[in-house]
Design a protein around this ligand. Structure first.
Ligand SMILES: Nc1ncnc2c1ncn2[C@@H]1O[C@H](COP(=O)(O)OP(=O)(O)OP(=O)(O)O)[C@@H](O)[C@H]1O
Ligand SMILES: [Mg+2]
Length: 297
């Protein structure tokens, strides 16, 4: 069953085309990451899916419904954490949750909502006195108040410390495990890699790469890096070198483990040490940097 279906979606602001015919779908219960640089069109896409903006072209279905025409119905089954949260700064955290609870049918109890995001101790604090990361957590509590079938998270962990970010990942993973579909945007590629099973990378309004996270990364090349031992020329090395940055030699290879073994065997025979040896399979960051350099070339 499809939770989100986007076909040929277009959106312009005046003459500027922010989203140019993108298509993707998200299955029910899936965590899907929408990635891309600043201005790529992620928030525009999320806002259209949530029914905050009208598309200029293409079709969009959310839980089988049109988010513009069936806005009220879509709203009931979705939760949304916008990139810019709008709170009343003088309300306490508890009052903020209470006032939202009045708008949400079958809302979680306040204590449960605050517990979920680790804000129990801040119930009496005014929203203006919360730290940036705490505000993001309050926003997550509000977005999940109605136990939505579908959750839109636009940069949910921006400004969070590493511990709060991990706690948020646990909350999102747990919601998805209980059947919530999640569409996430993030600039933290580790976050996308940990949470999402599928992703699309947007650039200048189009999708430039998409697919299953594991499959897409497996098709990318890994990386082996080390310091060039004294007295060795790059041309002497038994592997193909992609780049040399200062004293560091970088090899982008399909199978980094095999390349590392070759290098270690070669170094061992010559009594050389490979200082700073790093071996890793492809990450989303590699894919990102590759896409960026392909564009420049
Ligand atoms: N209301 C608007 N009026 C005019 N231009 C807009 C408007 N909203 C967004 N844009 C432009 O559309 C483009 C896409 O914006 P969008 O907010 O969707 O990007 P994004 O991928 O979410 O970026 P970020 O990672 O910085 O949040 C940007 O160039 C932005 O300046
Ligand atoms: Mg955005």
């Amino acid at each position: 069953m499809t939770a989100i279906q986007v076909d040929g979606l277009r959106k312009s602001y005046g003459d500027f085309e922010a989203v140019r015919e993108i298509s993707f779908s998200v299955a029910r219960g899936e965590i899907f990451a929408l990635l891309g640089r600043n201005g790529a069109g992620k928030t525009t896409t999320v806002e259209i899916l949530a029914g905050f903006q009208r598309p200029d072209g293409g079709t969009v279905r959310v839980l089988g419904l049109d988010p513009v025409k069936d806005r009220a119905k879509v709203r009931k089954s979705t939760g949304i954490m916008l990139q810019e949260a709008g709170f009343f700064p003088d309300l306490t955290v508890a009052r903020t949750v209470d006032s939202w609870r009045e708008l949400v049918p079958a809302a979680r109890p306040r204590a449960e909502a605050l517990e979920l995001v680790g804000l129990t101790g801040k119930a009496g604090t005014k929203v203006r006195q919360l730290s940036g990361g705490e505000k993001r957590r309050l926003d997550l509590a509000l977005a999940t108040l109605g136990r939505p079938d579908l959750l839109f998270l636009d940069e949910p962990t921006t400004g969070m410390d590493p511990e709060a970010r991990r706690a948020t990942w646990d909350v999102v993973t747990d919601l998805a495990a209980h059947g919530t579909t999640v569409l996430l945007t993030t600039h933290y590629l580790e976050e996308a890699q940990r949470l999402a099973s599928r992703m699309a990378i947007m650039d200048k309004g189009t999708i430039v790469a998409s697919g299953g996270m594991a499959e897409t990364l497996a098709a990318e090349t890994g990386r082996v890096a080390f310091e060039l031992p004294a007295g060795v020329e790059v041309g002497d090395l038994p592997v193909e070198v992609t780049a040399v940055e200062g004293a560091t030699v970088i090899c982008r290879v399909a199978d980094p483990d095999v390349a590392a073994q070759t290098l270690l065997g070669w170094a061992g025979e010559r009594g050389l040490r490979l200082r700073g040896l790093e071996v890793r399979t492809a990450t989303l960051e590699d894919l990102f940097l590759d896409l960026a350099s392909r564009e420049k070339a």
